[in-house]
Design a protein around this ligand. Sequence first.
Ligand SMILES: Cc1cc2nc3c(=O)[nH]c(=O)nc-3n(C[C@H](O)[C@H](O)[C@H](O)COP(=O)(O)O)c2cc1C
Length: 263
Amino acid sequence: MGAIDAGSYLYGHAYRIVYDFHIDDANRFFGFSEEEFFLSAAMAAVPVADSEEITLPKAPIEPCDATGGIFEHNALIERAYRETLPLRGCKAQPAFPKMTFHPAAWEEAILKRRSTREFLPSPMSHAAYEAILESVAMPVPSDCDEPLQIYSVVNRVEGMEPGIYRGTKRLKSGDFSQKAAYLCLEQKLGGDSGVTFFILSNGCNYRALYQKAGLIGHRIYLVSVYLGLGCSGIGAYYDDEVNDFLEDDGMVLYAVAAGVPKA
Ligand SMILES: Cc1cc2nc3c(=O)[nH]c(=O)nc-3n(C[C@H](O)[C@H](O)[C@H](O)COP(=O)(O)O)c2cc1C
């Protein structure tokens, strides 16, 4: 979804994420069962020539075992999938992100993006921090938009007091870099970064909210690379302790560290 978000700007076409579609039919049609399954779809406004005819094959697509015969059922995953399929009280987000990146540099960021394995303890610029925040605040067009709470643990950003922020609003002052590294399952990346973001949600549509968190994480990744910074997604963290630290009991969905990468 993040790739579609980034690519839509490059190719100048709109897109929209769709959660409310006939998922069971789509799974059946593609021959998916427990090994893999649909989570969402996206529509893109791509011009199609009049002469082009789009037809679906009549028979379902032959299933293929992507696991090479080592697939094992996981009752928990299958139950979680089924239980998070129904959508409740969805609010659509019709607005589209208005990105203003230099297209060639944006394309290069998409092609060159790699996860930073180590940060230098050097500050990132305030302008870069603001540019990341701006991209994160842009809408994610979908038929089920869920609210996310995005916290920044500012470790070293020029002109900013270290501390916990929500956007540009400081919630708590102090050097929390060691704590941030600890919360990221004791990974140095979380503390050596310029900023480590924690993305939480109190929404009720889990399928939509965690995919939105992933897309936002991808934006942070790409904007960081675009600005010459480094970034790494952090999927491993101490959930409950992140909740205590941020004084927010929302679901912790993702952490993302951005900063000056070690060459
Ligand atoms: C959702 C997500 C969670 C990740 N979690 C961690 C993590 O906890 N620790 C870490 O060192 N890297 C983490 N990474 C970075 C991955 O190690 C990295 O994306 C992967 O090795 C592929 O490399 P690439 O991003 O350079 O293509 C994460 C990446 C993603 C997308």
